[in-house]
Design a protein around this ligand. Sequence first.
Ligand code: URA
Length: 201
Amino acid sequence: MYHVFMFEELEKIKSECLNCQRCPLSATRTKVVFSGGVPNNKIVLIGEAPGFNEDMTGEPFVGRAGQLLDKILESVGFSRKENIYICNTIKCRPPNNRDPLPEEKLACRNYLDKQLSVLRPKIILLCGKVALTSFMDTKEGISKLRGRWFDGPFGAKMMPIFHPSYLLRNQSKAVGSPKWLMWQDMKEIRRTYDALEKASQ
Ligand code: URA
């Protein structure tokens, strides 16, 4: 019952978002990228913004970074088919993949807030700098904050993690490397997820 309600509420937000003209990105986008994965109240990953492939397909994280993200999630038994909801900080592609502008983030924020208020996830993963700075007022970078739990909206446990694009540029798997740190973070996220699951049974 709860899931039917969740799905219907998300569909309402989505249809509003698909027609959005709140910022100039609406004029240059091909498709609005609202979300991917499965709606659930457990785990939501928030990325940055659609890139070329996402703009063409309307699905988040389907390019090279997305393929790496899927592998990372699968390494600890998460998958967008089963247990993770994926969305972005902004829903339309910025031209040439530039960073979203503050006014674009502001115009789009309402959709993200509504998504979270319907889902009320127990875990929120802030994937990369843009998501991090949208939820945390800090001058510290992702390298300092990744891997730590913070209090998120609606009582969620919230963790900043590296963006897969950054990992594509840093291929080493040596102890202490970004890829190795990501692996440690994913194991911690899986442990916490399992503990929350157990506690809710
Ligand atoms: N990078 C993101 O942050 N989101 C996407 O959907 C694709 C690439």
